[in-house]
Write a protein that binds this ligand. Structure first.
Ligand SMILES: [Zn+2]
Length: 258
């Protein structure tokens, strides 16, 4: 599942291709918006908000999308033929570029003035211009009995963290995913680490937390169940965490993470 760093980079690429240019074609392949036509309008800005993408168009219109599990965007020269048409949910094109959204989990068109209805619930955005560490800590602290592994993924606390970053943050801070938030000694340091990790990864496609670019060595704990911990050689464990229907796989070292 794409995390905040992927969405940030996607927003930048879409902004470079679309912003300041007039749309020559829009194709929203979602029944509810099938008749929406944005051609003739200028894209003013493409912004990421946590894992949400906001494409703002002249006339106070926002196209809101979310990648969810399998979504992705590709930017291609306007004249290229585009494949995989059954997976396409949205096309926005100008004279030079076409931006194609595949398998997007959310596509909706709304008034820019109403963006708060779709992203207003989000906590401080780790990669946003208004990142507010103290506010993120305050929101986490408000539910002290909740497991820290779940609390980090709740986008109402802080926006942008997915399972890979949460797993790696907890390993690096020596925290079990099941430790209650109220028993995390230094929440601020944990949040600060998350901010640093997302910042360090936002310019590249994959996620690397170990500093090692070699395939299979990018993470400390994520995806390493049954293999030895890189620090203590204890076997990395795997289990599910979260409410029914929203379970996420956890990876942790029982020795390094208490
Ligand atoms: Zn270990």
């Amino acid at each position: 599942m794409p995390e905040g760093d992927t969405v940030w980079l996607t927003a930048r690429r879409l902004h470079e291709a679309l912003a300041g240019r007039v749309l020559t074609r829009s194709d929203v392949r979602v029944p509810r918006y099938a008749t929406t036509n944005l051609a003739g309008r200028t894209v003013t800005e493409v912004a990421a908000r946590g894992k949400h993408l906001l494409i703002r168009v002249e006339g106070g219109i926002t196209v809101h999308t979310h990648l969810r599990m399998d979504g992705s965007w590709r930017v291609r020269p306007a004249r290229d033929r585009i494949g995989g048409s059954h997976r396409i949910r949205l096309v926005l094109a100008n004279d030079t570029w076409q931006a194609v959204g595949y398998q997007l989990g959310i596509v909706e068109v709304l008034r820019t003035a109403q963006e708060a209805s779709v992203v207003g619930h989000l906590g401080p955005d780790l990669l946003g211009p208004d990142w507010d560490e103290a506010e993120a800590v305050r929101r986490l602290r408000a539910a002290p009995v909740r497991a820290i592994g779940e609390a980090l993924l709740d986008q109402r606390n802080l926006a942008g963290i997915g399972n890979i970053f949460a797993t790696e943050m907890l390993f690096l801070r020596g925290l079990s995913p099941w430790r209650p938030v109220g028993e995390v000694a230094d929440l601020r340091a944990l949040v600060e680490l998350g901010h640093r990790l997302l910042e360090a990864n936002k310019e590249r496609a994959g996620i690397i937390t170990t500093g090692v670019v070699r395939r299979g060595e990018e993470t400390w704990a994520y995806g390493r169940a049954g293999r030895p911990c890189r620090r203590c050689r204890t076997t990395i464990r795997q289990a599910e965490q979260g409410d029914a229907g929203e379970e996420r796989v956890r990876f942790w070292c029982p020795h390094c993470q208490r």
